[in-house]
Design a protein around this ligand. Structure first.
Ligand code: ZN
Length: 178
């Protein structure tokens, strides 16, 4: 667990210890009683469609899944809500401006090497811009559903992009959005 690598209390800087708290071993501070709980991070991902029904993907330049394609996603800042996070992340990673249509999935990722996370997946409509990769993306591009890349990272294959293949509902929703 990532918390085992923490050495010092973020509140009082005392050396942390591992003790049982609430029925499981947790890293805590012996001085100020701070407990480092292992909570998942919050992340937002964008299932972005353009007027032609293509989906926006980025090829990852960093681990995990370096070299694989995935929908744009990133961790939420503490002062932004999940829809704001997806709008920012998509623009940073791809250069594309989007409008959020609705939440389509919430995925718990317990085994990410960085940190466990809950990923909110938002259906988004592309509003403008040309694909241009950001700092942690090697490429950004539109893909027709019949021509998706083979190597897809995270749960992007069956769980997320599979929805698009299954029917036209999501495309209709994006087109109908004023
Ligand atoms: Zn402390």
């Amino acid at each position: 667990m990532w918390s085992r690598r923490a050495r010092f209390c973020p509140l009082c800087s005392a050396s942390l210890v591992t003790r049982e708290v609430g029925g499981r071993p947790r890293v805590r501070c012996p001085d100020c009683r701070f407990v480092l709980y292992e909570n998942p991070a919050s992340a937002s991902a964008g299932l972005v469609l353009d007027p032609r029904g293509r989906v926006l993907l980025v090829r990852r330049a960093i681990e995990p899944f370096k070299g694989a394609w995935a929908i744009p996603a990133g961790y939420q800042e503490a002062d932004e809500d999940p829809p704001a996070a997806v709008v920012r992340e998509v623009r940073e990673e791809t250069g594309i401006a989007v409008r959020v249509v609705r939440l389509v999935d919430l995925i718990h990722v317990p085994d990410d090497a960085r940190k466990p996370a809950n990923v909110a997946v938002f259906l988004c409509r592309a509003e403008g811009g040309a694909p241009c990769p950001g700092h942690d993306a090697a490429e950004a591009a539109w893909f027709a559903l019949g021509e998706l890349p083979r190597e897809l990272g995270f749960d992007n294959g069956p769980r997320i992009l599979g929805r698009l293949m299954a029917g036209g509902d999501l495309h209709d929703e994006v087109r109908a959005r004023p």
